[in-house]
Design a protein around this ligand. Structure first.
Ligand SMILES: [Mg+2]
Length: 304
């Protein structure tokens, strides 16, 4: 198999896109955050303020950063407050949140419109009652479990972890009337788990089929009266690469390329670039490149 690696972030065409970009969509774990989900450690877990400084630099320019994450609304509200951000896309694109929770909208893909209003349940509860997650856990004994303690307080997706064949898992979900899918949200390093004989532990979400981060970003951009050309995104997993069609430039932090699935997914798009640094260091590279490109672009259009 030939692997075409994405172009570097400092390539000329990336600089042109960055000069026009007005909003950044960012993944958190493995992208902005270091080991253990900390903003203040690097990818190896060493204390490091590089990413935190980069966040402050973008905030100082009032450039909107929208977190796009598998995390729930509660978690992201606190994180947004800490980082000085306002809006976020929670639970893998199924929830769009404005002003740290003042407005919350569901994105439920292939589900029948009105289903939630009719039942009076949350989408999470609808999935729970379908029995689909139980069936999935039973189909992969020792290979799949709830992503404890992060699986609670969720409105839509069921957060799992483990290592399974996604096609086989989707086959299990396909037996249910409720349109559901399972997505891979990247490799994680849980402090403890009860999985048996797994190479890598992946974070998974069981969620309505037909929901993508692309839809969520498109809806978010429309509300901002912005277009695809105004948007950039950064991430480290296959679900992050899936943001590429919604934005002008999709930036991968270097550690993303450790996963063959990510390299394969990235090769399908022509607007993917990669940083030199891993996780928060890569994020800071992007922030610096964005600010420099904007400064260059504004010099270029200033009259003599
Ligand atoms: Mg990630």
């Amino acid at each position: 198999m030939t692997d075409t690696l994405p172009r570097p972030l400092d390539s000329e065409d990336a600089r042109l896109v960055l000069g026009r970009a007005k909003v950044l969509y960012t993944d958190l774990d493995g992208t902005l955050l270091g080991r253990g989900g900390s903003l203040l450690t690097d990818v190896e877990g060493r204390p490091d303020a590089t990413a935190a400084k980069a966040v402050a630099m973008l905030n100082a320019e009032a450039l909107p950063v929208v977190a796009v994450s598998g995390r729930n609304v509660k978690q992201l509200r606190e994180l947004a407050r800490l980082l000085g951000w306002r809006d976020f896309i929670a639970e893998v694109g199924t929830l769009r949140v404005r002003d740290r929770g003042a407005e919350v909208r569901y994105e439920l893909g292939d589900w029948t419109p009105g289903l939630i209003e009719e039942t009076g349940l949350t989408p999470y509860e609808v999935i729970e009652r379908s029995g689909a997650v139980e069936a999935l856990l039973a189909a992969f004994p020792g290979k799949l479990e709830y992503h404890s303690p992060y699986h609670t307080d969720r409105l839509v997706t069921h957060a799992l972890r483990g290592e399974v064949d996604l096609d086989a898992a989707r086959g299990v979900l396909g037996a249910f009337e409720l349109p559901l899918t399972i997505v891979d949200n990247g490799i994680i390093r849980p402090m403890r788990h009860d999985l048996v004989d797994v190479r890598h532990v992946h974070a998974y979400h069981v969620m309505p089929s037909g929901v993508t981060k692309v839809h969520a970003i498109e809806a978010d951009l429309a509300e901002r009266e912005r277009a695809r050309d105004d948007a950039i995104a950064v991430g480290d997993s296959v679900t992050d690469v899936a943001m590429a069609p919604a934005v002008a430039l999709l930036v991968l932090v270097e550690n993303a390329l450790e996963q063959a699935e990510v390299r394969e997914a990235a090769a399908m798009h022509d607007n993917v670039v990669v940083t030199e640094g891993k996780a928060g260091h890569g994020w800071a590279e992007l922030a610096g490149a964005w600010l420099r490109a904007r400064a260059e672009a504004s010099c270029a259009i200033e009259p003599e």
